[in-house]
Design a protein around this ligand. Structure first.
Ligand code: G6P
Length: 619
């Protein structure tokens, strides 16, 4: 993971680069560092901890300093504990070269040994430090006259995943390499270049970007002229400059205490945007983007299974998709963690399967690697990324969600957008077989009005806040839901774990009696999801089983199930009654708020929970 930033061009304040780096902090925050060219010297400052610590360690000393060549890094530790020495940038022995890296150099041990044998002295435990020493070594051995030629030789030796930026203070050159980890170039005022792992941190400078392709080497010489060479095809390449229409305000908190709360509140808009032009309200049909529609039309008579693959929260959206497919189409369906499916891709009749691969970032290594393997085998794949320009977006037929940038590490609005996108795909599949289905038309109508209901619900969350105060000190929670609510129980429990560090287990309600019931006592409250539907009396029986064991219950109900459930539970969160297929999305929003308030009341770092990173680009 990690976030890298680089800059080369006219002199700019280094604080501007640090502010850009801050927008990558979601990628990891174990340590932060910066290196820049100043009065002929290479200055470096780095420390364990977050970027704010880096800023205060400056003591105002570099606040007004400008530089023409800067690299910076925020780390999610893989090789070597989070400490000052393992923080990036890493230098060579002569302190001429500095490097920041995202990814893992898998063969670093043997390369390190070769370099040590040649007299190089390493100071850190990281795999990344070999990059600066390799550059130095290749210069020493005259294997290149400039940074580009040296890097071209070096990439041939590297195994693993790497997006790195290196600067040579002596030659005043910069190189950025993208291989299996993302890297984007922003260009402004003709020949000033900002390089970053993600778009938001570039938007502060420019909306003109070049998303590098796998294998691209971006080289800027002393005169700030650039070229891009792809080492996989071994030739110079031209990449189009794209224009990003996003507004920088999406990367600001806009008066909210945390990004997470802001992003929860944005969900009505996200629902509207993700539906935009994809449902026709005159005839109540689904209008998919051409490429997606063509792919489904092509495979619909051959497949018998829809398979969802993803990680984390996106996996929970996929699991919800599995239920949508079962209920709305004639196909079988399943959902797998991408990291698990990778090992069972053999002996599968690919022609019979439509894969739906979900990833907010579009860069999650576990998800991407299995997707690429399946693509090579000829599988039918639709990707659902949120980040436009990401690998999932570019390499696959993609049906993007339109949630905008999500900064809070715990995914909220992107889950909602994914669920809406998956529902649309299933509605389209359903409509091919039965265009006049009244259930379909009714659902499309309800889907269109859903954002208004969510908006109204979000106007008043006092009750959830009060329950967060009441329950925040419990150390364990059980989350239960049946059928379409089971993925939401999982997602609700994940949110609570991720940001409040409270242990939470989720089960399908019917499974409670097969084990988890042993955990129930007055110290383990249950968050029970009980919308009004045909399963309500089964849920009521389980609720009574919990009460008989002195378990406390918070029931998430709607205004139809409230009356049936009220007398049997300790507390309720009441939601408006909505279409059965929209209930899970709405209930999930209530659970997001509950987790948010618990974590905030505990005084935790809601937007950047410990040990996590938003985009996990390592396996
Ligand atoms: C990380 C994040 C999770 C996210 C998962 C999948 O683990 O912390 O919040 O759900 O990656 O991310 P993706 O970008 O593939 O949806």
């Amino acid at each position: 993971m990690c976030g890298v930033v680089g800059y080369k061009g006219k002199e700019i304040k280094i604080i501007d680069i640090i502010n850009s780096l801050k927008l990558l902090e979601y990628r990891g925050y174990d340590s932060a560092g910066i290196a820049f060219s100043y009065n002929g010297n290479l200055v470096i400052q780095k420390n364990e901890g977050k970027i704010d610590k880096l800023l205060s360690s400056f003591n105002g000393k570099y606040k007004d300093i400008s530089s023409n060549m800067i690299i910076a890094h925020t780390r999610w530790a893989t090789h070597g504990i989070p400490n000052d020495i393992n923080a990036h940038p890493h230098l060579d022995c002569k302190k001429r070269i500095a490097v920041v890296h995202n990814g893992i150099i898998e063969n670093y041990k043997e390369l390190k040994q070769e370099l040590i044998n040649k007299g190089h002295v390493f100071v850190s435990d990281t795999d990344s430090e070999i990059l600066s020493h390799l550059i130095e070594d290749f210069f020493n051995d005259n294997k290149g006259n400039n940074l580009f030629e040296v890097i071209l030789n070096i990439v041939a030796k590297l195994k693993g995943a790497f997006a790195f930026v290196a600067i040579d203070n002596e030659l005043q050159e910069l190189v950025a390499v993208r291989y299996e980890s993302p890297l984007i170039i922003g260009i402004f005022d003709n020949n000033n270049y900002i390089i970053s792992s993600d778009i938001p941190s570039i938007l502060r400078f420019t909306k003109k970007i070049i998303p590098l392709e796998n294998g691209d080497i971006f080289y800027v010489n002393k005169n700030n002229e650039y070229k891009i060479w792809n080492f996989l095809v071994n030739k110079e390449v031209k990449r189009n400059i794209e224009f990003i229409s996003w507004d920088i305000s999406i990367a600001e908190k806009s008066g909210y205490k945390h990004f997470m709360l802001k992003e929860i509140m944005e969900q009505p808009k996200v629902i509207k945007d993700t539906l935009l032009e994809r449902i026709d309200l005159n005839s109540y049909v689904v209008n998919l983007d051409d490429k997606v529609k063509n792919l489904i039309d092509l495979v619909i008579d051959k497949i018998d299974n829809v398979m969802y693959l993803a990680c984390g929260t996106s996996y929970h959206a996929g699991l919800l998709g599995k239920y949508y497919t079962w209920e709305l189409t004639n196909f079988n369906s399943d959902a797998f963690y991408a990291s698990e499916y990778r090992y069972i891709t053999k002996n599968i009749n690919l022609e019979k399967i439509l894969y739906i691969i979900i990833s907010q970032s579009g860069e999650t290594a576990d998800t991407l690697f299995v997707s690429r393997e399946l693509k090579n085998l000829g599988a039918n794949i639709i990707g659902i990324p949120n980040v436009i320009g990401s690998s999932l977006y570019r390499e696959f037929v993609s049906f993007p969600t339109r949630a905008g940038i999500e900064i809070g590490v715990a995914a909220t609005k992107t889950f909602t957008a994914q669920a809406i996108a998956i529902l649309l795909l299933n509605l389209y599949i359903n409509s091919i077989k039965d265009e006049d289905n009244p259930i379909l038309k009714n659902l499309i109508k309800n889907l269109n009005e859903f954002h208004i209901i969510v908006d109204k619900f979000l106007e008043d969350y006092m009750n959830i806040q009060e329950l967060a105060i009441k329950y925040k000190d419990y150390e364990n929670f059980l989350y239960l839901g049946r059928n379409l609510m089971y993925p939401i129980a999982l997602e609700g429990a994940l949110k609570l774990k991720e940001i409040s560090y409270i242990h939470a287990e989720a089960y399908p309600s019917g499974e409670m009696k097969h084990g988890p019931i042993a955990l129930i006592d007055s110290k383990m409250p249950t968050m029970y999801l009980v919308p009004y539907n045909e399963l309500i009396y089964k849920n009521l029986s389980n609720i009574q089983e919990i009460k008989a064991r002195k378990g406390k219950i918070i029931a998430l109900v709607d205004n139809k199930s409230l009356e049936i459930v009220r007398d049997y539970v300790d507390d309720v969160i009441v939601l408006p009654y909505v279409d059965k297929f929209l209930q899970p999305i709405l209930f999930n929003i209530a659970l997001q708020l509950f987790a948010y308030f618990v974590a905030d009341l505990k005084g935790l770092d809601v937007d950047q929970p410990r040990n996590l990173a938003k985009s996990v680009t390592v396996e």
